[in-house]
Design a protein. Structure first.
Length: 141
């Protein structure tokens, strides 16, 4: 739970937080979401989780791809951020995935808009690396 809110509740502001982003083909979403949902409700993952709606998104990387977000309270609390990533590995998420700050999302920083270096953390659940420098805006901004 985040500040006393149910783990799967709707609007919730966590300014210092961030989220692990798991990009999956739409056909794999339901199965993985059930695992993430159960682990979040059991308190094993971050403070909240959600998945993208079944509609085209301007933020999408690949047509038909969906994203599951697993939120944490503090993007600088590496112990908690990595703990959640290790739990995701136990659920079968073995590929390297990005962790993005809520602040970058709030400011509209998306790869689809030309931003780069957005991932504060990247991890496969065995190792974790932190980005060097700040997010880079597209040329002309």
């Amino acid at each position: 739970m985040c500040d006393g809110h149910p783990a799967l509740s709707r609007p919730l502001r966590i300014p210092a937080g961030g989220k692990w982003l798991i990009f999956v083909p739409g056909r794999r979403l339901k199965r993985l979401w059930e695992k993430v949902r159960g682990a979040t409700e059991a308190g094993l993952l971050g403070c909240r989780a959600k998945f993208s709606p079944d509609k085209p998104s301007v933020h999408g990387r690949i047509p038909g791809e969906r994203v599951i977000c697993i939120f944490t309270q503090n993007c600088d609390d590496i112990a908690d951020v990595f703990r959640v990533r290790v739990e995701l590995r136990q659920l079968g998420v073995r590929d390297e995935i990005p962790y993005k700050t809520n602040e970058d999302t709030r400011l509209g920083h998306y790869e689809a808009y030309g931003w780069t270096n957005l991932d504060l953390w990247r991890s496969d659940g065995l190792t974790i690396t932190r980005r060097v420098g700040e997010a880079v805006p597209p040329e002309g901004r």
